[in-house]
Ligand binder design. Structure first.
Ligand code: NI
Ligand code: MN
Length: 217
């Protein structure tokens, strides 16, 4: 499976299907050809241009209902559940974060924020979405044994590097890719310090990608 990080929280998984998660980049639309799009929550820096691909968008009930009003083929689900779309198994995990849908003027209720475990081609990828650290992340490790954890490290709106180190230990994935940092000044972080600290204290390997860069699982 090939993984491309477009920046911020936006990741494209390319295996037997193309799965695009949180299609937002700060400078325009995300150029990808997904078979399915997954949106962790209704904040504009995650929903991005999810409605523009003409493919199924998976999101929590409230976000899915909102997207349907825009003509999107949205598949609703909720935390703890799993759906299969085009052979890709998508499990919605908890996230500790707010979730107002921001793009509709004053906005509307987006349910709650979430993360995803995406299972395809015998690989499991955990995308934490925007979240604080929570100890039930250990259940995500126990249940789904992710091969990779995509963890926010930007701080202020999500966990920072210190909390993400504990998250990585709870999840136990052999590979961690930091996301949701350096997009804007309030979430500037040094990913190499995070990498050094995590690799010094655990068996996790940290892969730092530049926006647009890919790696293979
Ligand atoms: Ni958010
Ligand atoms: Mn965010």
């Amino acid at each position: 499976m090939k993984l491309t990080w477009f920046g911020h929280s936006c990741v494209l998984l390319q295996g037997s299907k193309n799965v695009l998660i949180d299609p937002f980049v700060p400078d325009g639309a995300v150029d990808a050809e997904p078979d399915v799009v997954a949106v962790t929550h209704g904040h504009s820096d995650h929903m991005g241009n999810a409605a523009s691909y003409g493919v199924t968008v998976v999101a929590i009930n409230e976000v899915a209902k909102y997207l349907r009003t825009k003509g999107v083929d949205a598949e609703a689900m909720n935390i703890g559940g799993t759906i299969e779309v085009k052979g890709v198994r998508i499990t919605m995990t908890p996230a500790l974060h707010s979730a107002w849908i921001e793009e509709a003027g004053i906005g509307c209720n987006g349910g709650c924020a979430a993360g995803f475990v995406i299972r395809m081609d015998n690989k499991a990828v955990y995308h934490a979405g925007d979240t604080a650290l929570f100890s039930d992340m250990s259940l995500i490790g126990e249940l789904y044994h992710p091969d990779l954890a995509l963890l926010p490290i930007g701080g202020r709106f999500t966990m920072g590097p210190e909390e993400a180190m504990v998250a990585a230990r709870f999840i136990g994935a052999p590979l961690v890719i930091p996301i949701h940092y350096n997009t804007w000044p309030p979430i500037v972080q040094d990913p190499s310090a995070f990498k050094q600290a995590l690799e010094r204290t655990t068996d996790c390997r940290v892969c730092i990608l530049a926006p647009g860069e890919s790696t293979t699982l």
